[in-house]
Design a binder for this molecule. Sequence first.
Ligand code: PRX
Length: 650
Amino acid sequence: MGKNLDALLKEERIFKPDEELVSNSNIKQWMDMHGIKNYDELLEKSAANPEWFWDEMARDLVWFEDYNEVLEWKAPHASWFLDGKFNIAYNALDRHIKSGRKNKLAYIWESEKGEVRKFTYFELYREVNRLANALKKMGIKKGDRVSIYLPMIPELPIAMLACARIGAVHSVVFSGFWAKAFQERAKDAQSKVAITADGFYRRGKLLKLKDTLDEVMEHIPSLEKVVVVKNTHCDLDMKKGRDVYWEEVIQNESMECSCEEMDSEDPLFILYTSGTTGKPKGVLHTHGGYAVGASTTLKFVFDIKDQDIWWCAADIGWITGHSYIVYAPLILGATSVMFEGTPDYPDPGRFWEIIEKYGVSIFYTAPTTIRLFMKYGEKWPQKYNMNTLRILGSVGEPINPEAWMWYHQHIGNRKCPIMDTWWQTETGMHLITPLPITPLKPGSAVKPFPTIKAEIKDDEGNTLTKGGGHLVIKNPWPAMFRTLFGEPERYVESYWSKFPDTYLSGDVARLDQDGYYWIQGREDDVLNVAGHRISTAEVESALVSHPSVVESAVVGKPDLLKGEEISAFVVLGEEYQADPQLKNELRDHVRKEIGPIASPSYIGFVDDLPKTRSGKIMRRVIKAKVKSEDVGDTSTLANPESVDALDRAI
Ligand code: PRX
């Protein structure tokens, strides 16, 4: 990251958008309709009257009953489209069934092995209805929680939409998380039903998902039923009375299921994300505002048109997939590619082959993936015809200018603009992002989306116009999370208490002389490993749950490919030997407790961790050491000798 940051600070190149792309873009057409002449005027006009802007956007969706008010803002609590009756699933499916899009493809799905399944809007609608009826029969009612633990197979969006349709709240748990992580999330959500699969293949290796879930079932007392998709047809134990096959429960269900009329503010889903403590945060999103925010940003940022083939190469287990694989593209009636596999399996041409095969026109991925492909070299994309591409996107972490340039040249054939979209699980939609009409600077997320008032603040709350500081948002937006599930005080304390009535993003950013934003990364103890948010506290508590570990400190170590790597320092109990075997055991242990993404790349054994006299671990010192930076003032350390011990461990 250090090197990337230096490059970011020096970047001065500007890429002007293509004239034709600009004049045909959704945003330009909308501006023309409203007599808005340019980008500056768009930002000014929308910032002056956000409610006017969002009212316009909400009018594109179907409301069972119209809303009376666009926004009620009692900081830090927002309600959008008050008293409106709405259902996001109706907007994602039913209205297309009643229109010319009925037989249009909603998803083209490809498995890791290359198997293809295609769903028209009508087919998807029917599958959703059948599962929705089955869930109802299991006793699932409006407001009940359903945990979904599925790999990237079509049943995943189907399950989400089925929940939304009947007013149940889904909580998707990323299939790369393992037993304990699932347990913690499903228990917190008090889910009644879990939907999972027998297993799935990752790089050719079978991972048995249902077995993982079985390990922790007894610790989730609220769970009554487990619905299992036969995905790999591997062996598994089905517990009588509790476990049922998806195929069997939907078999005799009707293909029609009435859509629950929800209040605009009713909850749609909980998605757990990492915070600064070990306990994941249950970020809660609602039907109305989320639908409007997610679909508007997709329409204007990625310029989705009816003829486009959209591919967001994320996992639905994360917010990017929720917003931009499931809800927004379906609301817009788009055709999406959905891919189960990994970018470089069986070879580094896999992504480019998919782009060629389906004629993908808009492609959205993460900088870590781009850097992986840079490593393999341009000979891989050069083998494929990717002329259909017209817009590219980036999300999840700062994109360093070298990666931006490589993406632009070798994937975008020097003609596709790159939408570097900054946002978060909490924001639900892009907040700082280019539009197809804006000049781009490699590594900058450009400016706030229309209506969004972003600022950079110093510790005292002064607004900065240059230099780095806390990235904050000053006003509400429709797809903002409404609370943290079961922790309303944490919602206020974590996000809204540092500066009055202001959303604290947890990121550091800098503004340049043109008002462009340069996001520099997290400022808290949250790591960003290959675009995945991981809390240091969560990894630490997984480590100390191993019998050999007395204490641990986890920090991020800069890595050119993944952005950050997990570095752990552990103090062992007296009876344990510091040997390589134990390191492997600890890595395995974290893998089992959280998932492979949280397994430390580096583990160092130390006798003691640097601490203040009050016993607080001084992470700042550890961080400086792993980055080979100066440790600064250590006069408050109770045990200065621990710093030398860190050196030896590194
Ligand atoms: O640090 C920022 C980084 O990802 C964090 C949010 O992670 P998560 O909630 O998992 O959502 C990821 C996908 C939206 C942010 O706090 N981040 C996300 N997008 C960018 C980014 N950092 C820099 N540039 C981005 N475009």
